[in-house]
Design a protein around this ligand. Structure first.
Ligand SMILES: [Fe+2]
Length: 414
């Protein structure tokens, strides 16, 4: 379907990247290339306990100042604390080592240490001032130690405003790390549940960006400078998402069950989450991410759990926008052809392939299992519609009733 008012340009943005078991050992060269001399480490207490500070001293031949207060769902307060430590250190660059929380903390701390101010200055209204990020921040090396968020390649960082109990994103091209350093050896000790949850986040990124509204279906911006960061799906993001889905189908079960010894599976998953990060960091996501926000505020669910539980129903709901892509999701994930002829049946078959994978890795079976009650669904559905930035790239328009249907269908996935 051609749209005469649609955009006719897509843009692809990505940091320099490197991958390999032991790639962290090359960090000295990477910092030299970035022309920086005084890096500052932002990480978790767990990684300090596991000796990461000593390891960096060995690799770089000098002491690296650090801050290790990263919280699981980083609060604005903790991020501001990290920013203060970074600013006081006089560092010229940032190394972030940890899961998505460490990377997101480092992105915003880097912003605040470079330009001053507080988290809320950069958060969109009604919760903040909505100031744009003024310009480049210090060079940042992102070293993910879980395979899920893709934060090492994206321009967004998520932070929790504790006083109002909401999670908000700060997004700017300037926040994209300078280097994504992917070392699968650092992911070997991730426990099975975290492997499953983060793996489902990666799968949701891949599927949602794959089926996202095509870039030409989005309205053309008056000024090219105003083109959104999430432009909708295009041929590059399609290629990345397809490969990510395939890798997750092949390796997630192994990473969950034998992750401590299976370097091949860990490598496959780290590459998959990286590819999916590149795909959604350019194309955008959709309804599963939008509808996950009200869940995060009310129940004890991780981000990966929330989006993963909703993903099968979201795929079914969005399938009429592009039945061919919905079917491909199932084929890439299973390595098999759809046994049905009816496109709607193939979409359901693809959604069931996701449900089967979830059952195999003992992923949370549905909303019921995290305590969601049917009487809460309508209010959450209303709230979901506020996530306009995320819904802008969903392939179908979404009403309250649609979100309600997705929640209801996600009460029990298996
Ligand atoms: Fe996500």
């Amino acid at each position: 379907m051609y749209n005469p008012f649609g955009d006719y340009v897509w843009e692809f943005r990505s940091p320099r990247s490197k991958f390999g078991p032991g790639a962290l050992n090359e960090l000295k060269v990477d910092l030299e290339r970035l022309r920086v001399e005084k890096p500052f480490l932002i990480t978790t207490k767990g990684w300090v306990k596991r000796g990461i500070v000593d390891r960096l001293r060995e690799i770089l031949g000098k002491d690296v100042p650090y801050w290790d207060g990263v919280e699981p769902e980083p609060s604005a307060e903790s991020v501001e604390e990290a920013a203060k430590a970074l600013a006081e250190s006089g560092a010229d660059s940032v190394i972030a080592i940890g899961g998505g929380s460490a990377l997101d903390t480092a992105k915003i701390a880097n912003l605040l240490a470079t330009y001053g101010g507080r988290v809320r200055d950069y958060v969109a209204p009604p919760y903040g001032e909505g100031k744009p990020v003024p310009g480049p921040v210090k060079p940042m090396v992102a070293v993910p130690t879980t395979a899920g968020t893709g934060s090492e390649v994206t321009s967004v960082a998520v932070v929790t405003l504790k006083d109002v109990g909401v999670k908000v994103g700060i997004s700017s091209d300037f926040l994209r790390p300078s280097l994504a350093l992917l070392d699968p050896e650092l992911t070997m000790t991730v426990p099975p549940k975290v492997t499953a949850d983060t793996g489902m986040d990666a799968l949701t990124h891949a599927v949602e960006s794959y089926i996202a509204k095509p870039y030409w279906a989005r309205e053309r911006p008056e000024d090219p400078a105003k083109r959104p960061v999430y432009v909708g799906s295009f041929t590059v993001t399609d290629a990345l998402a397809e490969r990510a889905i395939e890798l997750i189908g092949k390796y997630l079960r192994r990473a969950v069950y034998q992750g401590r010894t299976d370097l091949e599976a860990r490598s496959g998953m780290l590459i998959a989450s990286y590819l999916a990060g590149l795909a959604f960091g350019n194309a955008g996501v959709g309804l599963a991410h939008a509808a996950s926000y009200p869940l995060g505020g009310r129940y004890k669910v991780t981000h990966g759990e929330a989006v993963g539980i909703l993903l099968p129903a979201v795929l079914e709901f969005n399938a009429p926008a592009n039945y061919e892509k919905a079917k491909r999701v199932g084929e890439l994930l299973t390595g098999e052809k759809c046994p049905e002829r009816d496109p709607a049946k193939c979409a359901e078959w693809a959604a069931n392939a996701i449900r089967e994978l979830q059952r195999d890795i003992k992923f949370t079976p549905g909303l019921e299992a995290v305590g969601v009650k049917e009487e809460d669904l309508m209010e959450m559905a209303k709230e979901t519609l506020n996530q306009k930035r995320l819904l802008a790239t969903n392939p179908r328009p979404v009403t309250e009733e649609d979100v309600y249907w997705v929640y209801k269908r996600s009460m029990r996935n298996y």
